[in-house]
Design a protein around this ligand. Structure first.
Ligand SMILES: CC(=O)SCCNC(=O)CCNC(=O)[C@H](O)C(C)(C)COP(=O)(O)OP(=O)(O)OC[C@H]1O[C@@H](n2cnc3c(N)ncnc32)[C@H](O)[C@@H]1OP(=O)(O)O
Ligand SMILES: CC(C)C(=O)C(=O)O
Ligand SMILES: [Mg+2]
Length: 498
């Protein structure tokens, strides 16, 4: 099978993500992880850009074993010197030099003619041979450049010593079909390609970076430049994990392979998200929190019976713990039953149906159903009809000292009133209930969640109380948080005094 080289530019283009700046230590840590992931080339940075960047590239060159270490340089001697010096100690080193070739860039940014640009490119590559024989040349903004000018400049830099020619879609402008044609065109028309690596570098401005990279591979490119989690300038670069996992999953179609150690993908993604501060969106392919999560009943049923019904990638193969079944309003009985089994509940059919109906009712109002919610539903359903105590909140004041007065009913008719003052209204409320019931228990957890939005939002209160060493869960739901708290507390108390 044709081998595709993975050129990781997380530490160079990825660090160009607005708001991201990695310390030397952080860059070294990511580089070591990239080596464990087994990328072929690590673009460690752009040494001329700052002393810290120079130091980071030098440290990576010295400390990271395995991949080739690359450094970026404009087609400028002082940039190439800094890159060459920073790479000095690398076992395998590459200088990556570039210059823009599109009319827009040459005319407005560089203010140079195509002839001058070609000359600078050739001189840069020749100069870089002073430091290494592994030289990559990029024609920046290639996809908006004249195709025949590209052929001319790539031929010239290959003659000058370039061993990799990179075709960047710098502004994410191309499409899979057009990029395919461009790569074919270059392969057909560049006359001195013998053994030279064809690389692509795609940006995601139109959301096509991965598709364009895959299309280029089909057209014959044998190196892809990617970043972990797809971070990078503007909308980012082609995501390493998406390209690599697509090639692996659709090996039947692409018929190529990479050297990536797939089981390191989850760890690498988490490390890069953590150190850059750029969180992975939940719906992101391959590494998003939802990439292997199933919420709807039909899918959950399928996955529980046979994972591959709704999963084309095995999450464990990428270093994730496995698929997730997330309970929500779209879930069905199979998933609900599985969750009850996991939580250790054994319900008869009638209890199960009642609990399931209640679960659907709650899920309609609430975004995320947690294990605690399920526990509360089950306890409430199993205890239905056996509620001994009810509470009425008569009065609550809130201030420096808060006071609550409650009336607690039992056995339908008996009632007692009690008041208590404490620092906060909820504390006063729970103490008043304890007093009315002559109860000794401690509040271990108190949670309020808004289950709907707007001014009349329903608040759900969940309490865990401890009594004689046992934990009891209670749940209350109301538009009034005080009311919901009292209900939740009594709900737990009813379990104690069943
Ligand atoms: C598509 C890409 O991702 S390219 C990489 C982009 N990454 C970065 O720019 C990050 C690091 N960059 C930097 O730290 C700085 O821009 C430096 C150190 C490279 C240069 O800084 P400065 O000398 O202050 O120049 P500045 O960045 O303002 O302008 C860029 C200059 O380089 C020129 N230039 C841009 N690309 C190239 C190139 N590939 N080859 C030669 N010259 C170039 C520009 O025309 C401009 O020249 P001018 O000063 O004669 O007008
Ligand atoms: C330096 C080059 C390869 C680049 O990042 C781009 O063109 O996007
Ligand atoms: Mg780029």
């Amino acid at each position: 099978m044709r081998r595709i080289k993975i050129f990781d530019t997380t530490l160079r283009d990825g660090e160009q993500t607005p708001g991201v700046s990695l310390t030397v230590e952080e860059k070294v840590e990511i580089a070591k992880q990239l080596a464990r992931l087994n990328v072929d080339i690590i673009e460690a940075g752009f040494p001329i850009s700052s002393p810290g960047e120079f130091e980071a590239v030098s440290r990576i060159a010295r400390e990271v074993e395995g991949p080739t270490i690359a450094a970026l340089a404009r087609a400028v001697k002082k940039d190439i010197d800094r890159a060459g010096e920073a790479l000095k100690d690398a076992e395998k080193k590459r200088i990556h030099t570039f210059i823009a070739t599109s009319q827009i860039h040459m005319k407005y940014k560089l203010r140079k003619s195509p002839e001058e640009v070609r000359k600078l490119a050739v001189e840069a590559v020749e100069y870089a041979t002073k430091y290494t024989d592994d030289i990559e040349f990029s024609a920046e903004d290639a996809t908006r450049s004249d195709w025949d000018f590209l052929v001319e400049i790539y031929e010239a830099v290959i003659d000058a010593g370039a061993t990799t020619i990179n075709i960047p879609d710098t502004v994410g402008y191309t499409t899979p079909e057009e990029f395919y044609e461009l790569i074919r065109y270059l392969k057909k028309n560049i006359t001195n390609l013998n053994g030279v690596t064809i690389s692509v570098h795609c940006h995601d401005d139109l959301g096509l970076a991965v598709a364009n990279s895959l299309s280029a591979i089909r057209a014959g490119a044998n190196q892809v430049e990617v970043t972990v989690n797809g971070i990078g300038e503007r909308a980012g670069n082609a995501a390493l994990e998406e390209v690599v996992v697509a090639l692996d999953t659709r090996k039947d179609f692409y018929k190529v392979e990479t050297g990536i150690n797939l089981s390191e993908i989850a760890r690498t993604s988490r490390l890069v998200a953590h150190l850059t501060g750029i969180e992975v969106p939940p719906n992101k392919a391959v590494v998003g929190a939802n990439a292997f999560a199933h919420e709807s009943g039909i899918h959950q049923d399928g996955v529980l019976k046979e994972r591959t019904t709704y999963e084309i990638i095995d999450p464990k193969k990428l270093g994730f713990s496995g698929s997730k079944i997330v309970l929500g309003k779209h879930s069905g009985r199979h998933a609900f039953r599985k969750k009850l089994e996991e939580l250790g509940y054994k319900l008869n059919e009638e209890e199960f149906e009642r609990a399931f109906a209640k679960f659907k009712e709650v899920a309609d109002r609430k975004k995320g159903i947690t294990d605690l919610d399920i526990e509360a539903i089950i306890q409430e359903e199993l205890g239905k009809g056996r509620e001994k105590y009810h509470v009425e909140v008569l009065h609550v004041t809130s201030g420096k000292i808060s006071t609550a007065t409650v009336r607690v009913y039992w056995n339908g008719t008996e009632k007692i009133e009690a008041s208590w003052s404490k620092n906060g209204p909820i504390d006063a409320l729970f103490s008043a209930i304890n007093k009315a019931l002559n109860l000794d228990c401690r509040l271990k957890e108190y949670r309020v969640t808004s289950v709907t939005s707007g001014r009349d939002a329903l608040g759900e209160v969940l309490v865990r109380i401890e009594h004689n060493g046992e934990i009891y869960v209670g749940r209350g739901l109301s538009t009034d948080i005080i009311e919901a708290s009292a209900q939740a507390y009594l709900n737990a108390v009813n379990r104690i005094r069943r």
